[in-house]
Write a protein that binds this ligand. Structure first.
Ligand SMILES: NC(=O)c1ccc[n+]([C@@H]2O[C@H](COP(=O)([O-])OP(=O)(O)OC[C@H]3O[C@@H](n4cnc5c(N)ncnc54)[C@H](O)[C@@H]3O)[C@@H](O)[C@H]2O)c1
Length: 267
């Protein structure tokens, strides 16, 4: 059970095949929402769906490449057919390629711009169009974008990733403003997760050591913990619970916000 009740809500989580997105999908389902996971990794996505179903949740997988407008159209159409509506969109899919500013590679930059900015922007677009009063789902709702503590502090080795996550933060606020002004009935918020040792988070610690920024991956993790008043790394459940909260009626007057879920690292 969850302290927040999402019974009857219908949610789409991008990048929900593994890592934070999988945890968010599981937590939304535990709170009572029916969930579609949209991801490029069908194998992992289906396994996560099976886990949710085993725990009594309602879930399905649909292929989604967040960088492709046509893929979004198909996925949202499929999600509505599967779920019978849509109230919650979590734009979680993201990529991180560690590099020093002095060594920036244009292809790596483009990849992060595409998935993190374009992918999130298209997710907001399709979420708003679907949930606003003239949309196919049409009952309003909540969009939650996954930014990062990297949008709030300067950490070495992640210049473009940080820039894309700052863009997610701005996109969130402008989208919330437009949705309000145009009477869409959709709240748009984001969270800034701290470092969580998922495939991405653990990879980042390894990469920073390999770039010579820290003596070892353990030293990189230690530096993060040192900067964190709560004195530990983030856990998947920390992020998932924040998403459930922002999706719920308990957050009904929270709009255009960026919620740090980082143990205080970014303050
Ligand atoms: N792990 C951390 O420390 C951390 C910290 C702050 C923010 N974040 C953000 O949280 C989100 C999830 O991170 P994670 O740690 O779970 O990463 P992850 O690499 O473990 O998972 C990312 C998921 O996104 C999917 N994905 C990638 N490109 C996609 C595309 N084009 N279309 C659809 N799906 C795609 C992947 O298949 C994967 O399932 C990301 O946006 C990340 O930037 C993570």
């Amino acid at each position: 059970m969850s302290v927040y009740d999402l019974t009857g809500r219908k949610a789409l989580v991008t990048g929900g095949a593994r890592g934070l997105g999988a945890g968010m999908a599981e937590a939304l389902a535990r709170a009572g929402a029916a969930v579609v996971i949209g991801d490029i990794r069908e194998d992992l996505g289906q396994a996560t769906v099976d886990e949710i179903k085993k725990s009594g949740g309602d879930a399905a997988f649909l292929p989604l490449n967040v960088t492709d407008d046509g893929s979004w159209e198909q996925c949202v159409e499929g999600a509505i057919a599967e779920l019978g509506g849509l109230d919650i969109v979590v734009n979680n899919a993201g990529v991180e390629i560690t590099q020093l500013v002095a060594d920036l590679d244009p292809d790596a930059i483009r990849k992060m711009l595409e998935v993190n900015i374009l992918g999130t922007a298209l997710g907001i677009k399709h979420g708003l169009r679907t949930m606003r009063p003239d949309g196919v789902a049409g009952k309003g709702g909540s969009i939650i974008n996954i930014s990062s503590v990297a949008a709030t502090i300067a950490f070495p080795g992640i210049p473009i990733y940080s820039a894309t996550k700052s863009a997610v933060d701005r996109l969130t606020k402008v989208a919330a403003m437009e949705a309000g002004k145009l009477g869409y009935g959709v709240r748009v918020n984001c969270i800034y997760p701290g470092l969580v040792p998922t495939a991405m988070g653990a990879g980042l610690a390894n990469d920073m050591a390999a770039l010579g920024l820290f003596e070892s991956p353990e030293a990189a993790v230690g530096a993060v913990i040192e900067l964190t008043p709560s004195g530990r790394l983030g856990e998947v459940a920390d992020m998932a619970d924040a998403v459930v909260f922002l999706a719920s009626d308990a957050a009904r007057f929270i709009n255009g916000a960026g919620l740090p879920v980082d143990g205080g690292m970014g303050m």
